[in-house]
Write a protein of this length. Structure first.
Length: 117
């Protein structure tokens, strides 16, 4: 599992991924999935029970696509996501519509009701 743990005084901000797609891909854990290119969990403090989940999806050609961050994802959900046989299926079932999110690349306007625009 790939976690980033910051000091208590640090406030996580999705702007860390406002860089190029190449820089984003370097920070994410790559995965074998037909839908997801890579992922990472950002936890402000090691005692926290939730964090921000970053997911980069594949584009239509199978390369790295848009990056999203999902807020207040329980670490237990993240652990189950990491262990899932199909990360794309797990994402669609348990993460996609259940947590607030922001789109960090491309058209940054979220289209679903749980988007933070």
């Amino acid at each position: 599992m790939k976690y980033i743990v910051y000091p208590k005084s640090y406030t996580p901000d999705c702007d860390i991924f406002s860089a190029s797609a190449r820089e984003v891909s370097q920070n994410l854990m790559r995965t074998k999935s037909s839908n997801i290119w890579g992922y990472m969990m950002d936890i402000a403090d090691r005692h926290d029970k939730t964090g921000t989940l970053y997911i980069q999806f594949k584009n239509k050609h199978g390369g790295p696509g848009d990056v999203y961050c999902y807020y207040d994802v329980p670490i237990m959900i993240y652990r189950k996501f990491v262990g899932a046989l199909s990360k794309g299926h797990f994402f669609w079932m348990y993460i996609r519509n259940n947590f607030k999110y922001s789109k960090l690349t491309g058209n940054k306007r979220g289209v679903y009701p749980n988007a933070v625009n």
